[in-house]
Design a protein around this ligand. Structure first.
Ligand SMILES: N[C@@H](CCC[C@H](N)C(=O)O)C(=O)O
Length: 289
């Protein structure tokens, strides 16, 4: 018999998500079901899915339950799992507020990348403590058609290759993942950012996301880009935080990346809930097969 499963739709700088509230982790969401829900023609449509589960009810988050009541079980649009999603955490926090589960101010969210500190501000912006960057040794190369660029390997919990280019159009149509070499630098795949300068500590990017394709924003990508830009601008290579505030324009808006007093990278931007609805459980079971 068909039942209804509640969902919401939200976005952060137009990185959009299907949100499935499921406090007790009762909804089966295999990769095929997630991909079908994120399909923009046959499903609801989204770059990814935010499965909202109580940390205590999820085997991957139970150990964080003492610190964070809610776990962001994030999935990419193709159904794959990722360690972290920066825009996703902001939208996740906005959902918790929308549902009356938290109020304005500070909260903690459990993710596969650890517990993230979030601040829901009065003006509607949401700030997330993104931790510190890891900068694995060795240069990588990004290729698009006849062009190639040296890129910086930056890990924000998930992997990124950041290439500074002369023109964002040089990234091409980004219908397929741009090749990055050596492939051994990214055994789990990679998110690729193309970056141009807009002014002092102000850059703009396009991104091809692992598991989602080209998106209109990527929070972890914006942080990786800010870190790569700071290194290029002469920041101390031993420091894994950010020495100054960077403004990162994405196709879907603007993110501000700075450093907290304790050396953590912080990202601020909007997060919006745009719709609520119901998923037909019979359809979901069919597409999940
Ligand atoms: N859009 C996200 C990143 C989502 C995960 C990424 N596609 C991956 O596979 O690592 C963000 O806002 O950070």
């Amino acid at each position: 018999m068909s039942t209804r499963i509640a969902f919401l739709k939200g976005h952060g700088t137009e990185n959009d998500f299907v949100i499935v509230p499921d406090p007790e982790n009762a909804v089966d969401l295999p990769p095929a079901a997630v991909a079908a829900l994120c399909d923009r023609r046959a499903g609801i449509g989204g770059d990814g899915l935010l499965h909202v589960v109580r940390s205590a009810a999820h085997p991957e988050a139970a150990a964080m339950a003492g610190e964070a009541e809610w776990f962001m079980d994030y999935r990419n649009g193709d159904g794959s799992v990722a360690e972290m999603c920066g825009n996703g955490v902001r939208v996740f926090a906005r959902y918790l507020q929308y549902a009356g589960l938290v109020t304005e101010g500070d909260l903690a969210v459990a993710t596969r990348g650890g517990v993230k500190r979030v601040h829901l501000a009065k003006d509607g912006d949401v700030t997330v403590g993104m931790g510190r960057a890891r900068l694995p040794e060795g240069e990588v190369t990004v290729v698009v058609g006849e062009r190639s660029w040296p890129a910086r390997n930056v890990n924000m919990g998930n992997p990124h290759a950041v290439a500074f280019v002369a023109d964002l159009a040089h990234a091409g149509d980004l219908f397929a993942p741009p090749p990055v070499s050596p492939a051994s630098a990214y055994p789990q795949g990679v998110n690729v950012e193309f970056v141009v300068d807009r002014g002092p500590r102000h850059v703009a990017l396009r991104v091809h996301e692992r598991g989602s394709g080209e998106t209109r924003s990527c929070g972890t990508g914006a942080c990786a880009v800010a870190v790569a830009a700071a290194r290029r601008d002469g920041a101390d290579p031993a420091v894994t935080g950010l020495p100054a505030t960077y403004v990162v324009d994405v196709p879907g808006g603007r993110l501000v990346i700075t450093e907290s007093p304790d050396g953590e990278i912080e990202m601020t931007g909007p997060a919006v809930i745009v719709a609520t609805g119901e998923i037909d459980s019979e359809w979901l079971e069919t597409v999940a097969r």
